[in-house]
Design a protein around this ligand. Structure first.
Ligand code: HEM
Length: 508
């Protein structure tokens, strides 16, 4: 049977020291001993209690009792796929990273996700979608951990836990609550552009294949001469962009609330491989200052900076084992390779810490040795031991430097030196421009997209019982664009004159 064949194959790939032919496959204990009876526990006679000596029963229950691990604190619901990245433009003048050298093929693992709800929650949620790519490059792993929207709600990592608390299910009811979310957003004017995108078509893609991806932050590219350029990354779906209209969401949910996963698996199994082209926007360091906003503020796009195509990613395989691949995958913005470095974006700086930190908690100290996270190149570090260590390291020189067995540093891993100024400080950025890009985005929408946005956003604003918060929110959208704010005010039965007066008080 295919069941038997599968287990024979498993024994083969897991490198079992004993050859097992298909017909020899029998049920074993976790220690490999034959299981004689898997249906009946050992009892004291026909009517007596179950015996403590039934170690197979006990082991089976114990192992089952430990099947769950913590879900991701955000982006818990997701799905993954394998594929390849192939660069097609020579950008060696910008970056020495080999992943960008035309002619190379780099294996990738991608995980798509929703953000706020639980591991088993419906996929048609009004949410950004995670778009995380792990490149197993010849210089180690590079993770580009992005979303399907080019900007974010907040610009400083210190606000992230509060942002998430307000938007995740309530601590009392365990259900998402617009009152809590908009209480936070009423005090977060920088979220106006991202909220406008969230309640538009971008917040409800009809599948993971039909959405773009963005690195969101600026990153530094560094070439062999040490020259620095700031870049933003953009994955463009070759399949095109499609979303579910608000009126069609209930039917889509009722039809299949695992639709995004099923859509991706079905396409991949049918050989219909989805592709995304990778584009970069490039700025010289001196050009960061040329905008009327802070170019390293992740609530902003870089308008009018041309995009250059540098390669294509093709997904071609679903994982055989969801847990081992998708659940145990660990993406971190801090995981970079020579030629790609972090910018000074305050959000990105916080993210550089948070991901690896949560992964040590979620998966354990040796999570980078798991097959899905292991680099394609040999790992030579001086790490030792820790829970579930399978590194296979040999020898007693577990330190560096050593005169006995020196494993030297590699100059290609040296970071660029960045000039600094000022004193330590705790101050908001200058040039916040919280509303301008929200208005530009709104005005560029089609008539239908504008009405859909008013429908979805007013539906949630109508659940806000705190009148002060509701009027503050409306004033932000009015400040972004008077037509936008007026239409929302009407749809939420608010006084447009009061909204307009509140908007006039706002600094941009
Ligand atoms: C997942 C923190 C902002 C995209 C996560 C996880 C944490 C986290 C702790 C769970 C990781 C895991 O368990 O493996 C933060 C913090 C942020 C932040 C502290 C702000 C300071 C962002 C932004 C983006 C983003 C701006 C988009 C550019 C993602 C994605 C995942 C994720 C795609 C899921 C990765 C996966 O599929 O495993 N984030 N995040 N996050 N975050 Fe963030």
């Amino acid at each position: 049977s295919s069941f038997v064949a599968k287990y024979a194959l498993l024994a083969l790939v897991s490198g079992s020291v004993f050859a097992v032919s298909a017909q020899d496959v029998r049920l074993t204990t976790d220690a490999g001993a034959p299981v004689g009876d898997n249906q009946n526990s050992q009892t004291a006679g026909p009517d007596g209690p179950v015996l403590l000596q039934d170690s197979h029963l006990i082991e089976k229950l114990q192992r089952f009792d430990r099947e769950r691990i913590p879900e991701r604190v955000v982006h818990a619901r997701g799905t993954g796929a394998f594929g390849v990245f192939q660069p097609d433009a020579d950008i060696s003048s910008l970056s020495k990273a080999k992943v960008f050298t035309p002619g190379t093929t780099t294996p990738v693992f991608v995980r798509f996700s929703t953000v706020m709800n639980y591991r088993g929650s419906p996929e048609q949620a009004r949410d950004p979608r995670g778009f995380a790519v792990k490149f197993y490059t010849q210089q180690g792993n590079w993770d580009l951990v992005g979303n399907n929207m080019p900007i974010f709600f907040i610009r400083d990592a210190i606000k992230f836990p509060d942002f998430v608390h307000a938007n995740k299910p309530s601590a009392v009811t365990n259900v998402q609550d617009a009152n809590l979310a908009f209480d936070f957003f009423a005090h977060t004017p920088e979220a106006t552009a991202m909220l406008t995108r969230l309640y538009s078509a971008e917040g409800m893609p009809d599948s993971y294949r039909h959405m773009d991806g963005f690195g969101v932050h600026a990153f530094k590219l560094v070439n062999a001469q040490g020259d620095v350029h700031y870049v933003k990354f953009h994955w463009k779906s070759v399949q095109g962009l499609h979303s579910i209209r608000p009126k069609d969401v209930p039917a889509s949910l009722a039809g299949d609330w695992n639709h995004h996963t099923n859509d991706l698996y079905k396409a991949l199994k049918a050989g219909d491989y989805p592709k995304w082209d990778l584009y970069i926007q490039v700025l010289e360091p001196k050009d960061l200052a040329r905008f009327d906003f802070n170019a390293l503020d992740d609530t902003k796009i870089w308008p009018d900076v041309p995009e250059k195509k540098i390669g294509t990613m093709t997904l071609n395989r679903v994982p055989d084992n969801y847990f081992e691949s998708t659940e145990q995958s660990a993406f971190a913005p801090s995981r970079m390779v020579p030629g790609i470095e972090a910018s000074e974006d305050r959000m990105l700086q916080g993210r550089l810490f948070a991901y690896a930190d949560t992964q040590i908690y979620r998966l354990g100290a040796n999570y980078q040795s798991l097959p899905i996270n292991r680099p394609a190149v040999p790992v030579n570090n001086e790490d030792q031991d820790g829970n579930m260590n399978i590194s296979g390291r040999k020898g007693d020189i577990n330190f560096e430097p050593s005169g006995v067995k020196e494993v030297p540093e590699d100059p290609q891993g040296r970071l660029v030196n960045t000039a600094l100024s000022g004193t330590t400080q705790q101050q908001a950025i200058a040039k916040m421009r919280n509303f301008v890009q929200a208005g530009e985005y709104y005005r560029a929408l089609s008539a239908q997209d504008k009405s859909d946005l008013i429908v979805t956003l007013s539906a949630d604003l109508n659940n806000v019982t705190n009148e002060g918060n509701k009027y503050t929110m409306l004033s932000y959208f009015y400040k972004a664009d008077p037509d936008y704010g007026s239409r929302l005010a009407k749809a939420t039965h608010a006084d447009v004159a009061r909204v307009k007066a509140a908007a006039a008080q706002l600094k941009d």
